[in-house]
Ligand binder design. Structure first.
Ligand code: SAM
Length: 254
């Protein structure tokens, strides 16, 4: 668990934890949940891991299926859902995002999440196509991807100019075989990827514009102010474009 995960600030007794990693995404999701206020939504979280989003969504009254490649993550998810009192609302499915189309019924989902996954799968094109295919017409997709610009700046500021140059030059935004990520995105490329699958991109936000750049004492000591500032900067260029992650909210046309 990283420092940013540990320094959680709750939004209230019933709300999900809000951190620089999650606050902007929850703001966007909240608007969609409010728009569908009376409905019990069917949610699919691809690569949902230990349920950081799935369990709060289940607590909010929705039914969530998490497809993840890791049995350990799914075991932790099931424990977390049980501890939260919502085991019947969270279904854990071990599977590969690259083979999603065979795991989920077409046009059966109201909201699909795919956070921090497209940068690690073999090929993001069929995964995004499967996400779109799983959505009912009018359903929404929340997609979070690694940003290339932040990675270039981060490597350069740490003195790794060769890695920064490789990241900036590589078509996929990877620094090569030793890179932990297969690819990184800028906002235009990520939006184009979703559009190729027939999804209409409605919003793009930056996540962690500042959080990774600040000294720990500042990030930990002024967490509330940091979360607020992240929210303020998230939709605005140039800050959005240099965020560590880019969040895209898209919809399958009705
Ligand atoms: C960086 S974690 C993100 C977890 C969660 N979505 C979040 O944002 O906190 C990536 C997750 O994707 C899962 N994963 C990686 N490759 C996958 C694949 N090909 N198919 C399904 N899940 C995958 C991992 O097991 C892990 O739980």
């Amino acid at each position: 668990m990283t420092r940013l995960d540990r320094v959680e600030q709750t939004s209230g007794p019933a709300g999900p934890p809000l951190t620089p990693r999650t606050a902007v995404v929850w703001s966007v999701l909240r608007a969609e949940l409010d728009r569908r206020a009376a409905a019990e939504l069917t949610v699919l979280d691809v690569g949902g891991g230990t349920g950081g989003f799935a369990v709060p969504l289940a607590l909010a009254g929705h039914r969530v299926t998490v497809v993840d490649a890791s049995p350990d993550a799914l075991a932790a998810l099931s424990r977390r859902a049980a501890e939260a009192g919502v085991p019947e609302r969270v279904r854990a499915v071990q599977g590969d995002g690259d083979a999603l189309a065979g795991l989920v019924e077409p046009a059966s989902v109201d909201l699909v999440l795919c956070h921090a996954v497209l940068e690690v799968v073999d090929d993001p094109v069929p995964v995004v196509s499967a996400l779109a295919g799983a959505l009912r017409p009018g359903g929404a997709a929340s997609v979070l991807v690694a940003g290339r610009a932040a990675a270039v700046l981060g490597r350069a500021m740490n003195g790794h100019l060769d890695v920064a140059a490789a990241l900036a030059a590589d078509a996929a935004g990877s620094a090569g075989p030793r890179d932990t990520l297969r690819r990184r995105f800028d906002a235009e490329a990520a939006a184009a990827l979703l559009a190729t699958a027939g999804l209409a991109v409605e919003e793009v936000h930056g996540v962690r514009v500042l959080a990774d750049l600040l000294p720990a004492a500042v990030a930990d000591g002024q967490l509330g102010a940091l979360v607020e500032l992240e929210r303020t900067l998230a939709a605005r260029s140039p800050w959005r474009d240099v965020a560590a992650q880019l969040h895209l909210f898209a919809r399958r046309p009705a």
